[in-house]
Design a protein around this ligand. Structure first.
Ligand SMILES: NC(=O)c1ccc[n+]([C@@H]2O[C@H](COP(=O)([O-])OP(=O)(O)OC[C@H]3O[C@@H](n4cnc5c(N)ncnc54)[C@H](O)[C@@H]3O)[C@@H](O)[C@H]2O)c1
Ligand SMILES: O=C(O)[C@H](O)CO
Length: 337
């Protein structure tokens, strides 16, 4: 007698979730939304918009919201009664109203632990540092105007080698910057809420934890890699900028509002600081009134430290992985609030 073939019970149908993927100004949201729609067509119904204001009906229906640097305000959250998760397709998360999300019990996640952007932010940090040390912008500008600027420039060119790099925030990106600094024979000091521990410090060539003021007094290059929060806004104000050596350079690839931008322009104009390399501004894009745009010895880039073709793929995959995990009932990664 043959027994009937064993068949598994049919899987429970899973509910389809509405995903609102917000694109602008960062394309990570679109990339993540498209990947999700392609990978999980039966599970995620994806709507792509340029801003969370664009389609009130889609916001009202949204279960999941993916965004990259596009604001998610208390108003947006209130207009999305079904929302279960805000997934940032970015390392930063300051553009989401975390207090409002917390009040509603909606988790907010970033992609920090994926390290998706860390190589590129570290490279951009060094691009800005090298551009300042080697005076690349004035050298280029002079040469295309038929000015052989060598006699003038040789007075101001410097080396990274042998200099002290002060890292404000030794997290995913700060550590990646530190690893590269070792190859440039720099000495590393860092500041943050707590020391990173002897193993990390040894791995980073004997990096030393200092309080912020001591770091500012000691460093030749100061680079910011802390998140923007209520506690870090204006971290480098006029008083703190006054602690810097007149030969020091400030690099900011984290968030514009970490520095008092007027005070930085004052210091550059007064020559109490040698230069600044800035990828981030407050607001973005900066208005024409931002004095830093015309300050001496600045090298500027338009918030590109986290984006390359390679990075965007990693950003999208990291955001999608977390959202898919959520759809499958797995614990969320990188919950920032
Ligand atoms: N320009 C860009 O394109 C770009 C790209 C990615 C990230 N970012 C910015 O870089 C920031 C850092 O990213 P991450 O992934 O390394 O974050 P992370 O959370 O891994 O690291 C942040 C570090 O800052 C430290 N910190 C917190 N408060 C501090 C304070 N008051 N002083 C000094 N350190 C403090 C934390 O302890 C942590 O070690 C992001 O929040 C984002 O704003 C910018
Ligand atoms: O936090 C940021 O600045 C974004 O991740 C940029 O890519």
């Amino acid at each position: 007698m043959t027994s009937a073939p064993h068949s598994d019970p049919a899987p429970e149908p899973q509910p389809v979730k509405n995903v609102l993927a917000v694109v602008s100004p960062h394309v990570g949201g679109r990339a993540a939304g498209s990947a999700l729609a392609g990978l999980f067509p039966g599970r995620a119904r994806v709507t792509v918009v340029e801003s969370a204001d664009e389609d009130p009906a889609a916001l009202r229906e949204a279960h999941l919201l993916i965004t990259g640097l596009s604001p998610v305000t208390a108003g947006h959250l209130a207009a999305a009664p079904q929302l279960e998760l805000v997934q940032c397709a970015s390392h930063g998360f300051d553009y989401v109203d975390l207090d409002a999300a917390r009040e509603r019990g909606i988790p907010v996640c970033n992609i920090g632990s994926s390290g998706a952007e860390k190589q590129n932010v570290a490279e951009q940090t060094f691009a800005l540092m090298l551009a300042l040390a080697k005076q690349l912008v004035p050298a280029h500008t002079a040469l295309v105007e038929a000015d052989w600027a060598l006699p003038r420039l040789q007075q101001s060119l410097t080396e990274l080698s042998g200099k002290t790099l002060g890292i404000i925030g030794l997290g995913h990106i700060g550590e990646e910057v530190a690893r590269r600094a070792l190859a440039f024979d720099m000495t590393i000091v860092y500041t943050g809420p707590r020391p990173a521990g002897p193993e990390t410090e040894a791995r980073l060539g004997g990096a030393r934890h200092l309080d912020l003021d001591a770091l500012l007094r000691t460093s030749d290059y100061i680079t910011l890699h802390a998140p923007l929060t209520d506690r870090t806004r204006n971290l480098l104000d006029a008083e703190r900028l006054a602690l810097l050596k007149p030969t020091a350079f400030v690099i900011n690839t984290a968030r514009g509002a970490l520095i008092d931008q007027d005070a930085l322009a004052d210091a550059l104009e007064a020559g109490t600081l040698a230069g600044a390399g800035l990828d981030v501004f407050d607001p973005e894009p900066p208005t024409a009134a931002l004095r830093l745009l015309k300050a001496p010895n600045v090298v500027l880039s338009p918030h590109v430290a986290g984006v390359t073709r390679e990075t965007l793929v990693r950003i999208a995959l990291a955001a999608v992985q977390n959202v898919v995990g959520h759809l499958e009932g797995k614990p969320l990664r990188d919950v920032v609030s």
